[in-house]
Design a protein around this ligand. Sequence first.
Ligand code: BGP
Length: 469
Amino acid sequence: MKKLPKDFVWGGATAAYQVEGATKVDGKGKTMWDDYLKAQGRFAPDPASDFYHLYPEDIRLSKKYGLNAIRVSIAWTRIFPKGYGEPVQAGVDYYHRLFKECLNKGIEPYVSLHHFDSPKTLFDDGDWLNRKNIDHFVDYAKFCFDEFPEVTHWFTINELISLAYSQYIQGNFPPSHKFDVTSAIQAEHNELLAHAKVVNLFKDGGYKGKIGLIHVLQPVYPYPNTPENQHAADLSDAFMNAFLLDGTFKGEYTDKTMKLINEILDANDAKLDIQDGDMDILKKASTRNDYFGLNYYQPSFFAAYDGESTNHFNGTGEKGTSSFKFKGVGQAVKNPNIPTTDWDWNIYPEGLYDILKRVSSEYPNSKEIFITENGLGLKEELPENVTDDTIINDDKRIDFVDQHMEAILKARSEGVNVNGYFVWSLQDQFSWANGYNKRYGLFFVDFATQKRYIKKSALWYKALADTMK
Ligand code: BGP
């Protein structure tokens, strides 16, 4: 069995809207999802995992199965229902209770301020495309830093690209635009700006603790490996990874990245608006991140393509149904040597090793890295003869996490400063574009009764935790 390094951060990840449920209680405001999901009619954000009420149980299980940290996010709309104005005390109190419970149990909370859940009022007003909303975000962040000194590990925004890409390219997040390249690239830039402003505020304000942000990185490989396909992979990489990494840790978009981005913008009659002073803000923040949260699920394989943009998003788990062709970039192709999940996600742990090496050599300002999400979505059911002691077999997930840990420890042994791992996810949760049949948890949630059952992966997680002792 492998051994975890001493003091390794060994956690499980959650996000407020995916676990809390209770979307209509204690004065909570609507997020960009409530009406959208209702109109879509496929699944609802309630009850999720009812973490709003059951957090003590999940934290108890976390402790029991060897975790020393969890990722949670604050729902902006529990505190400011409209995104700004007067704070709601019940929401503030809930997060104090949650953090206290974590700390009392020796579970360190790593807290994100924004995890895909913009307040509806601000979303209707342009979301991240409206620069006024950046100021509202900074005000909300300041409120949280002042109010929650017990939190010492902060992240500003989770997965800037997933928001921009799912909202404006793939079309599977509200407002469901497809291949709206201007909005996507502008959202990337504006979110970077929002992050940088908050980091500068945190450092200038002398707050105790550490701060960073979270990017999901998706290495892009040419397939088959030809010069044309390599160029398609480079274009996709610039859009998905390099633009955001440059903006975060270099405080500039390098010439190499901008050449590729401009090629994409030209092909799509799109434009990016960078205003005077923006780059100074990014520059100032670029050396001030204390750490970097890296989410990794899968790489993509790209080939050249010169037609119009089309896509199909597999949000049901019908294997083989996804397709993605992006004008001026390339098309995603299946690499027959790489296994995939029912949702067509490539399983390739080496991709995590590659991207860790790249971040550490090209972006030294990332300083310390935590894998803030990684995991495997599976369709799982309770057996008919279930009892309280039933342990759900998820050997596939154990294999997946084991192989990814292997990649992490290899990169670490070669000098990459990666000091923690948060499995996605702590318990089963609701998935934004897939609903309740894509389970990731260490703990199985029977959504009808909210009862928790242990999966075999939780036992494995505990055994690995014990190697730190
Ligand atoms: C990340 C998000 C999470 C989570 C995870 C799994 O992008 O930060 O919120 O949902 O992916 O994705 P999915 O639920 O689509 O399978």
